[in-house]
Design a protein. Structure first.
Length: 184
């Protein structure tokens, strides 16, 4: 079934309105409103990554994937500080592949995409930083195991000593709500 532009815009408008009203209805959420997530083009202090664990690749492909992941981290580290979460059992491999300038943070992981399971950093413009994190559920429980990834935000909050404001939504809803409110 083809959709006209008008039908598409009506759907987008309805969805944005529903997201707005759903967010307004969640006023009991204790997230501090004076903190915000900087836009991707704003200056930032460093890059946070998760090293590629072998869960997502056939054994024969994992060495190449690990080298490529490390190449990205090393390239970024040439311009700004990088912290990378690495499973304890991958520490030796990561140590061989990553630049010494990269801060290696050991923690259990299932997945290498911090975009999906990692923390969201927010600040108040006066120096206070916080971590926000949604409920990571393996994309609707489609790709288990994900229990270690569900704890990544808490582990980084612990590592950096920053307070955390959990978001009681799954990843896609939380990201959409941030975009709908103009926070990204």
């Amino acid at each position: 079934m083809r959709m006209s532009r008008r039908q598409f815009m009506r759907g987008v408008t309805a969805t944005m309105g529903a997201a707005f009203y759903a967010d307004q209805a969640m006023s009991e959420d204790k997230r501090p409103s004076e903190h915000w997530m900087p836009a991707e083009w704003e200056p930032h202090e460093w890059t946070l990554m998760q090293f590629a664990p072998p869960q997502n690749w056939p054994a024969r492909d994992y060495p190449d994937a690990a080298r490529e992941w490390a190449a990205v981290a090393n390239a970024v580290a040439g311009f700004e500080p990088v912290s990378i979460a690495v499973r304890p059992q991958d520490r030796t491999l990561a140590g061989r592949l990553l630049s010494r300038a990269i801060d290696i943070v050991e923690m259990p992981l299932n997945e290498g995409r911090s975009r999906d399971s990692g923390p969201i950093f927010v600040h108040d413009g006066r120096g206070e930083r916080r971590i926000r994190g949604f409920t990571f559920n393996g994309w609707g429980e489609k790709f288990p195991p994900y229990d270690d990834d569900a704890k990544v935000k808490w582990r980084f909050a612990d590592r950096f000593g920053w307070p955390i404001d959990p978001i009681n939504s799954s990843s896609k809803v939380a990201r959409f709500r941030s975009m709908a409110k103009g926070h990204c």
